[in-house]
Ligand binder design. Sequence first.
Ligand code: LLH
Ligand code: MG
Length: 380
Amino acid sequence: MKITDLSVRRFRYISNTVRDSEGHGHPGPDHEAVQSVLTIHTDEGVEGYFFGSPPQDLISSLVKPYITGEDPFYRERIWHNLKERQRLNMATMSDRLLNAVDLALWDLAGRALNLPVHKLLGATRDKVPAYASTMCGDDIEGGLGTPEDYANFAAWCIERGYPAFKLHTWQPPYEGAPDVKQDIAACAAVREVYGPDAHLMLDPYHYYSRLEALYLAKGLEKLDYYWMEEPMDEHSMSSYVWLCEQTSLPICGPETAEGKMYTRAEWIKAGACDLVRGGVGDLGGLTPLMKVAHLAESFGMRMEVHGGGPGNFHALCAMGIPGQYYERGLLHPFIDYEQPSPWLNRLDDPMDEEGFVHISQLPGLGQDINWEYIEANLVE
Ligand code: LLH
Ligand code: MG
C-alpha cells in the first residue's frame, strides 16, 4: 500500500466555547466556527482521518513531499523523518502537525486491518476511570467564579459518577488571578464535598514562582491531594527538582515542555516529577506517547496522560503500568459535555454511571463520523 495524497477539508459548526486573551476556553454564546479534517489517501482506497488538522498549505508544503509514496504502515519511519525535518522548520513544523499525521496514520492502519488502535498496540483494557477536569476559573455567575462554585460543580460531578476531580483554577486575564490562597480555598471546598478518600488534583496558573508553588504543595499535602501539575514554567527543570525535594505531594509533569520523550527522560533522571506526563498533542503523536509510556514503565512510574480524545484514550488502553485516569473535559457547569460534536454520531469517550469511559471497538481511532454533516457544511 502507498500513500497517494493528503487533503484537508474545512467545515462549519456552531460552537459554544470562546477563548480568553491568554487562550483558555470558557463557555460563551453560540457562534459559527470552523473545524478541519485531515485525510490520508492510499492507492488501495483505505483512508485515515484526524480532526483538528493544521491548514492545507502546511500539510502540502511540509508533509506531503516527504510522505507521498511511503507505505502507511511504516509509521515509525515516517514519524522520525518528519521529526528530523523539524530542526530547520521550527516555526512551522510543530509537534501538533506531527500529531495530526501520526494519528491519521494509526487510524488508517486500524481501518486497513479492521482493528481498533488499542488492539494494534497490544491492549490491556477496554475501559478506564475518568476524572472530571474543569475549565479554568472565570468570573461567570454560577460558573467557576468562586471556591463555592467549584464545590457546587464538584457535587454535580459526584452525582454524574466521576470518581475523581481536577481543578484548573484562575489565571489572567481574570481580576485578582493568579492567587495561591484562592486556589487553596477552592481545593479545600472541593475536598469538603468529595470527602476524605477521593482522588483530587490541581492544575493551577503555570507561571508561579518556586515559593508560590511550594505554598500550594504544602496546602495540598494537608488536603491530601493526589497530584499537582505545572505550577511553574516547565523550562526550569531545576525548579521542579527543588519542589519535589520539599514536598510529599506527587508532582506530575512535564506537560507542555517541548522535547518529546527526550525531555521526559531528563525529568525522570533528574527527579523533577513523581508521575510522568504528556499527551499526543504535546509529544507529536501516539507513536512518541507510547515511547514515553514505556519509558515511565521502565522506571516503575505511572504516566498520567494529558487530555482526552481518541489518541490519548487508545494509549491508556494499551499501557503496561496503566495511567490511572482518563482526563475527561474540559468541563463547566454551562457546557453539555455529553452532547457529541456535530461531526460525530457518538461521543469518543462515553462514560457510565460508575465513572468508566469505554473505548470504541470500531476500527482505527474508533470514531463514528457523520460524513453527511461534514459534506453539507463544507467551507470552500
Ligand atoms: O490551560 C488550560 O486551558 C488547561 O490547563 C489545558 O491545557 C488542559 O488541557 C490541561 O492542562 N489539562 O491538564
Ligand atoms: Mg495540565
